[in-house]
Ligand binder design. Structure first.
Ligand SMILES: C[S@@+](CC[C@H](N)C(=O)[O-])C[C@H]1O[C@@H](n2cnc3c(N)ncnc32)[C@H](O)[C@@H]1O
Length: 220
């Protein structure tokens, strides 16, 4: 249906989608509207990754989620599916028009009262949040991935998760020369997290690459 942003073959991706639950009608519509109304629609998590995020969230059963990079709200709605009854998701984006689309779909969803959208620069907003998070999903500007990680780290509860999108960056992370600044930033981010012994990591080649990092439980 749309331009791909995944590193496995188109056929394998289709097969995986065919054997994965369908998107809800609301998410399907949001996916379509995102392709019709935005200029960079491939940024959306989409069907397969969206179901993955939903499943992960249902496994963790979080009380609090922070998403950095809302876009049109697709991944926020997927992550919200696993929230506990009294759970909350905060999502940040600095793009007004996209945020308006996101808010309209949040309002139509079952998670209307659980999702708080903050419009502004995530680099400034994160430090103002006085919440501990069970899951942080990093999916905004690649140059700041490392800064986001540092800013959120102390706000992630012990045993909590940091999930980072696009860590294979269209497969360019394995290149050694002629790489752009975003690829370089992702390479450095992956390197930094793989050496950080406060976390456990697994990098999954789903769509554009997802890194799941779990903050180790330190027994004092
Ligand atoms: C890849 S998209 C997010 C996709 C979304 N999570 C999804 O899966 O559908 C990245 C978003 O980050 C936002 N963004 C980029 N830099 C930002 C910043 N400094 N603060 C807040 N949002 C930012 C962009 O406006 C864009 O909507």
């Amino acid at each position: 249906m749309h331009m791909s942003n995944h590193i496995v073959s188109e056929k394998i991706n289709q097969y995986a989608e065919q054997h994965t639950d369908k998107e809800s009608e609301l998410l399907y519509e949001l996916n379509r509207q995102t392709h019709l109304k935005t200029q960079l629609p491939f940024m959306i998590s989409g069907h397969l990754q969206g179901r993955f995020l939903s499943m992960i969230s249902k496994m963790i059963q979080p009380t609090s989620i922070l998403e950095i990079g809302t876009f049109t709200g697709y991944s926020a709605l997927c992550l919200a599916e696993g929230l506990k009854e009294d759970g909350r998701l905060i999502t940040i984006d600095n793009h007004q028009e996209q945020a308006a689309i996101a808010q309209a779909y949040f309002d139509r969803s079952a998670y209307k009262n659980k999702i708080q959208l903050i419009i502004g620069n995530a680099m400034e907003i994160i430090s103002t949040l006085n919440t501990d998070f069970d899951i942080v999903f990093i999916d905004a500007d690649k140059m700041n991935y490392s800064n986001y990680y540092d800013l959120v780290f102390d706000k992630v509860r012990s045993g909590g998760y940091i999930i980072t999108d696009n860590v294979l960056f269209h497969g360019t992370v394995i290149l050694e020369e002629n790489i752009n600044k975003n690829t370089r930033a992702i390479q450095q981010f992956n390197e930094k997290l793989s050496k950080d012994n406060r976390i456990e990591n697994v990098l999954l080649p789903i769509r554009d690459g997802i890194l799941i990092s779990r903050k180790k439980i330190i027994i004092a």
